[in-house]
Design a protein around this ligand. Structure first.
Ligand code: HEC
Ligand code: HEC
Length: 164
């Protein structure tokens, strides 16, 4: 039986859409159908799955923080666009699992995680800047208010001094 045959893992019926749960050593994983616990392929399946899960949750994490910034009215369209790059890496990683080559998979995942980290930093910077601007606006408003009061008092003073 050739391991390259799609049916070996995907089944004859092709009803099931491929998903991350096919990979790994949990009950839903196809790998355990043929590979015994603690065998090398089994361990590799477990490691690839762990890395993949980490990557997926990292992307979710970054997406959450962009959503949070979005809800506060911060423009995060640039980081969001860049996040697509990380998501593309995820698609490639899912396909790379076919190579059963951990180092190839890890390389791609590291690449994607680096992009995700950059996106997160950009999102946080945008949020910080928005907070800073809001703080600045409050200070400016207070300053203008104080100025208005001072001018008002000055006018009163001048009015008092000048003979009616
Ligand atoms: C060793 C088992 C195995 C074999 C053999 C295999 N696949 Fe897969 N395939 C998987 C696993 C596991 C996934 C799920 C990867 C994921 O989404 O994390 C997958 C996912 C996919 C996906 C979806 C990728 C994505 O973007 O989510 C496609 C398409 C696919 N396989 C096609 C094929 C084809 C075509 C063949 C035959 C040439 C094949 N597979 C052979 C295990 C296998
Ligand atoms: C239908 C049975 C079957 C399934 C399902 C299956 N394998 Fe295999 N696998 C084999 C066979 C047969 C070989 C080749 C014989 C050997 O080297 O033990 C092999 C070899 C391997 C090897 C070593 C050879 C290589 O190419 O480096 C790895 C690693 C491996 N499988 C991982 C996986 C992973 C991960 C999964 C789940 C996504 C999986 N296998 C699912 C049958 C299967």
């Amino acid at each position: 039986m050739g391991i390259s045959e799609c049916e070996a893992c995907h089944g004859n019926h092709k009803i099931l859409a491929p998903s991350d749960s096919m990979l790994g050593t949990q009950e839903s994983a196809v790998c355990i159908q043929c590979h015994e616990a603690r065998s090398e392929p089994y361990q590799l399946a477990s490691r690839i799955k762990a890395r993949l899960d980490e990557f997926v949750s990292k992307i979710g994490d970054v997406e959450n923080s962009l959503d949070k910034a979005d809800r506060r009215g911060v423009d995060v369209s640039d980081p969001r666009f860049k996040l697509r790059e990380a998501k593309t890496s995820l698609i490639l990683v899912r396909n790379l699992t076919h190579t059963l080559d951990l180092s190839e998979v890890e390389k791609k995942i590291e690449e994607g995680k680096r992009v995700a980290a950059e996106v997160k930093a950009e999102g946080e910077a945008a949020l910080k800047e928005a907070r800073f601007r809001k703080g600045g606006l409050i200070i400016t408003t207070l300053f203008i208010l104080l100025l208005a009061i001072a001018i008002f008092l000055k006018i009163k003073q001048i009015e008092k001094k000048s003979p009616a």
